[in-house]
Write a protein that binds this ligand. Sequence first.
Ligand SMILES: *Cc1c(COP(=O)(O)O)cnc(C)c1O
Length: 420
Amino acid sequence: MLEQFYPYNARALELDEQALRLCRPYFEKMEEIRDYNQMKMLHAFTECEVSSSHLVGTTGYGLWDSGRSKLEEVVARVMGAEDALVRSQFMSGTHTLTVALFGLLRAGDTLLAATGRPYDTLEGVIGLGEAGKGCGTLAEYGIRYDEAPLKADFTPDYELIAQKAPGAKVCHIQRSRGYTQRNAFDLETIRKVIQTARQANPDIIILVDNCYGEFTQTREPCDVGADLAVGSFIKNPGGGISPTGGYIAGRADLVELCGHRFSAPGTGREIGCTLDTLRDMFLGFYYAPGVVCEAIKTAIYAQCLLELVGVKPVPRYYEDHNDIVTCFDSGSAAALTGFCQGVQASSPVDSYAAPEPCAEPGYTDQVIMASGSFTMGSTIELSCDGPLRAPYTCYLQGGVNFTAGRAGVLMAVQKAYLEG
Ligand SMILES: *Cc1c(COP(=O)(O)O)cnc(C)c1O
């Protein structure tokens, strides 16, 4: 059927059929996770008594915005948290994490990265090396940074975490892989890191960067003991519908502190108008468990196809999924570019554009990205990217519906590996 719409070659169609067969049991497992999360979501909406009046926003200062508070109540409940700050004014995941870090840390405090070097864009926020120099990094505000690198097999170094935790105020854990070729951490591993850090320092604040992790499993970081979980509404929890935003969910006192950094110290979370964003944020969040399932089915299918053409992706299609990302060494600049062009060509928006490598703010190397999405830069929609350096690792994520995701991934694999 696919070949009626796009020029797939015979080999691609053969691999497609084979992959669909191999993936079936893993799709079913993901659908069970989706069903649980969707019921948790529906139950949160009914328990919180969301009403049609909550879908209408405010202007100006946005004082007494009951829709905003209701959204925060629903998100807190679903995330297993006491409270949440959920705002359209969060411009990206990096911005949301920045607000959380500056909200919690003071001069003389230490931030401990317990799962190795944090996501690329946080290097400028923390002030690592030359990154962010002169821009008002945490380092320039007198906040120290310490790190427990992952072991060679990408597992956390528990001994080192226990040794370093007593000197730290905040312990940072990153659930998803970022731009390293490791797998995402499962919640049992996150629980173990948390227990290790807390045993060594009962006062330590555990902050989990939950970007790309939401709804991939039935539990979230606060369910396994995190104090705060942070994420972006143009990734998983926005369900492909929220046009912008982010969330910080967790302990009420800490969410409150972050609120003071979000607006102004002393003003806090009482302000922040919602304009026309509430309906989309409620709707996207409500749809998110289903959308994340579609994205993971797209990922499983992609991993299987890649395996069939001799590329070994992380994770493998039969493994557990704890984020929506697939990474693989594409092997060459041509394969990376071809893959990205295949994804772009099969996108609903901007399909005629050909992605080219370019410099990105916050990233050190040149990056190539494919994203033909309804929300600009959204990575819950099918997208892929990779830094232009050997071994040309490609990061693929998203897909709001499996049928279209499958079409895009198949074209990407064809352009990267099955032509010429
Ligand atoms: C995407 C991501 C971020 C940063 O989010 P942006 O919206 O790109 O700023 C941070 N951490 C992780 C793990 C991410 O996946």
